[in-house]
Design a protein around this ligand. Structure first.
Ligand SMILES: NC(=O)C1=CN([C@@H]2O[C@H](COP(=O)(O)OP(=O)(O)OC[C@H]3O[C@@H](n4cnc5c(N)ncnc54)[C@H](O)[C@@H]3O)[C@@H](O)[C@H]2O)C=CC1
Ligand SMILES: N[C@@H](CC=O)C(=O)O
Ligand code: NA
Length: 436
């Protein structure tokens, strides 16, 4: 008997939309190859969807609206969850794990809040919890963090982890396309979340940052620990200000291990729009693509790039996980458990060192520059570069700072906005990817 003829691994698929539909298709089309790789046939035992009558393309005998019953069925070994959201999915997955089923999920929102409970349930039952698709779609990123880099000390994870917002910012920057029409297009292409405010307001990227920081720093980091700003306030003026300086705007997730002057370590995790030089590799990442840098003591800098959203790319990551848990079942082993032993504190955003780009419209007269410079000095913020150009009876003043605690930079900008000589604060954005 060949390995692929071992007892079938029976799969409950929860959700058959953008991602689930592709998983069901590939599971069927590639059944032979998947069986050979897993060491046993991988078969669908049932598919739970909200409205079975809306799925004439699927075998009716597999369809059910009762996910709760399906996940604990004796006929199921592995639950693949592609519904999304926290409730009722959390309850289904806990029940599945408690019943000894392994779980594969793409649900970053759930993992960023409840991975500790899910890992505990998996541990108690000796089951697996895999979630490669939850961050950066097709890109193998979580397995490298959990396994390949398990012997190294990661210091930084930074990158573009939301395809929808990258699609919007790329279009605004390259063609001047409007925000709303580009968001509609991202939804039509299957990139956006069911509620796209999760994308544009940065919730999706913040969930991913929490997952990345947890794995990279062996610490439980939840979405509420992540400083979050979305792209809703990024204007054409911000993009123009960036362009004038040879920069562009990206929504970045930045997770760092920070050591203070006393040698005390903490973790910082944030998601916000950032100006980066056009020469930076992240600036060239367009459309729904994602790219993530990982810096580790021994490995140095690593970069992961590929499709971060969409049905088929995300299904690729789901199926990779499914083969992994099926293999584990066949040989009686388990994948990596939760690693949270470092338990580092999370540093508040106000204390996190950042750099700002501030673009102002000011009165064109003597002493203005000195007043603005004085406001920065008063908050202990050092200026790296200033550029002034005349525009009629006003002047355009661009200031780029050195690193300072984010709270000091915020207070400086508030004070500058109140100066009589400042007509308008045109654009304020953090800067990354340049010397500090
Ligand atoms: N679309 C993408 O590019 C990516 C999505 N994800 C994640 O994958 C998951 C699924 O996303 P999509 O496929 O885009 O969503 P979708 O909205 O296209 O599909 C959701 C599916 O869940 C089913 N469903 C909803 N409520 C249900 C209920 N109460 N009982 C049974 N079935 C129910 C729906 O019938 C539908 O088949 C989400 O967690 C999402 O965050 C992760 C990476 C990329
Ligand atoms: N809505 C998400 C989908 C993938 O995680 C995104 O746009 O990146
Ligand atoms: Na991934």
């Amino acid at each position: 008997m060949s390995a692929a003829e071992g007892r079938p691994i029976r799969v409950a698929l929860l959700g058959c939309g953008t991602v689930g539909g592709e998983v069901a298709r590939l599971l069927t089309e590639q059944a032979g190859e998947l069986a050979a790789r897993a060491g046993a046939p991988v078969e669908l035992a049932g598919i739970a969807v909200r409205r079975p009558d809306k799925h004439p393309e699927l075998p009716p005998e597999l369809l059910t609206a009762d996910a709760e019953k399906l996940v604990t069925s004796d006929d199921v070994d592995v639950v693949v969850e592609l519904v999304g959201g926290i409730e009722p999915v959390r309850g289904w997955l806990l029940a599945a794990l408690e019943a000894g089923k392994s779980v594969v999920t793409a649900n970053k929102a759930l993992l960023a809040e409840h991975s500790a409970d899910l890992f505990e349930a998996a541990d108690a039952a000796g089951a697996d919890l895999y979630f490669e698709a939850a961050v950066a779609g097709a890109i193998p990123l979580l397995r490298p963090l959990r396994e390949s880099l398990a012997g190294d000390r990661i210091t930084r994870v930074m990158g573009i982890v939301n395809g929808t917002t990258n699609y919007i910012l790329s279009a605004m920057d390259s063609t001047g396309a409007g925000y709303a029409e580009t968001l509609d297009e991202a939804s039509r292409l299957g990139y956006a979340e069911a509620d796209p405010t999760a994308d544009v307001d940065g919730y999706d990227a913040a969930s991913k940052a929490a997952i990345l920081a947890s794995l990279a720093f062996h610490t439980r980091v939840t979405a509420s620990d992540v400083h979050r700003e979305g792209i809703a306030d990024v204007t054409a003026a911000d993009l123009a200000a960036a362009r004038m300086l040879g920069r562009t705007v990206k929504l970045l997730a930045i997770c760092e291990r920070v050591t203070d002057d006393d040698g005390v370590e903490s973790v910082s995790a944030r998601v916000h729009p950032v100006m980066i030089p056009r020469s930076h590799q992240l600036a060239g990442v367009g459309g729904a693509f994602n790219a993530v840098y990982v810096e580790a003591d021994a490995a140095g800098e690593l970069m992961f790039y590929g499709q971060g959203a969409g049905g088929a790319p995300t299904a690729s990551a789901v199926l990779g996980d499914l083969v992994a848990v099926a293999r584990n079942r066949v040989v009686g082993g388990r994948g990596p458990r939760e690693s949270a032993h470092a338990a580092l504190p999370v540093r508040p955003m106000g204390q996190t060192p950042t750099r700002y780009h501030v673009s102002l419209s000011v009165a064109d007269r003597a002493g203005v520059l000195a007043q603005v410079a004085q406001a920065f000095a008063a908050h202990g913020v050092s200026i790296a570069a200033v550029r002034q150009s005349d525009v009629g009876d006003r002047a355009s003043l661009v200031v780029v700072t050195h690193q300072a605690p984010d709270a000091a930079l915020q207070s400086t900008v508030d004070e500058i906005g109140r100066l009589d000589v400042v007509h308008e604060v045109v654009s304020v954005m953090r800067v990354e990817g340049e010397d500090q």
